[in-house]
Design a protein. Sequence first.
Lengths: 228, 173
Amino acid sequence: MIAWWAFIIGGSLVAAGLLIWVLFFDQDAGGYDRLSPSKRAKKAKESKVVEAKNERANVKMAFDKQAEEDVEHIFNDTFREELRNRGRLHFEKIIGENAMFLQQDLRLTTSQLNDFMKQEITTKLKEEFEKYEQSIVDAKEVAIEAIEKTKQAVEDNRAVLLEQLKAEFAEEKVREIKRFDENMTEVINHYLVAAIGDQIDLSDQLEYILTNLEANKKAIVQDLINGA
Amino acid sequence: MARKKLELPLTVIGPADVGRLMLEMERLDEALRAAALRSGGEVKMPKTSRPLDDVAEINKLDLLTKDDRQQLKEFLVSVRDHAPVIHISFASEPSAAFTLKIVEWMRSNIARYLLVQVGLQPSIAAGCVVRTTNKVFDMSLRRYLDSSSGLLLEALRKQRPQNEARVNGGDVK
């Protein structure tokens, strides 16, 4: 693309240079080719000598001179200005066309670039999405596998725990029964004491109390003696 | 003249009664001294409590006489300082007659000047708990049941196979 642009610009510059050379240097070249009036007079004087010999040549030279004067008359400043304007317009036209071509090419390139970018981005995104989906699938498989393992472990632990609980329940049952056996009399005594506590009249207990005091009389006396 | 040995009436039961008697004796002394100063001669006996009357009666003391009052005061101080004390608890509040019987038995069988503190301990159900200086004599129904728990347990164990058979047989829902 850059080479193409350089070629277009270089070509335009060469064309402009040629045009300028034609317009200016060609005029000067015409001047070189023309003879000054003094030289012509001298030459005519000299040619008078050989006029006879060169009459035909002089005629031809006059004809050439007339032709040159006509040329000088045709390519005057107005005509040159017109040619210059034409060249400028032509150059502007070429520049405009090239710019248009360049713009079209730029648009085309931009469009192609957009398409290319879209395609590339789409491809990349598609690849990334595929990788992402694959990652999700892999992660899902790993998670499912982990869940399965955990589930299996929980099931195993549940079974073990169930067995342990059964054994502990059985042991606890035996222990509670044993404890109940051991404390049963205490429970019954407590119940009896609570049940009959307020029902026995103290007067009815006098004989029982005196009997017990009689039974412990010696110990009481002994303790009073020792304590005193 | 040798002083006679005084007795404690049954209405004077514990250390608190002795303390009240001592306080009453002090007041009586003050009252009689004041009355003597006011009248200048014969004084009238003020009204006294029943325990003090009982003490004076069973010991044949004339509380208008200063010597008798002094003797009684010394006796009360001696009882307060040296008489043995027993604490006895019952399941319910004992009546006065019941307490008198208990005190009478103790003073005739254990010590002549024994002082008794009566307490309340509903958890013993029946019987009493006697606490002396160093020992506790648990004569309650609760202790009796506890000591007989072996017999009760044995009886229950004998009864258990029959109960289990009844349960397993579906007699008991």
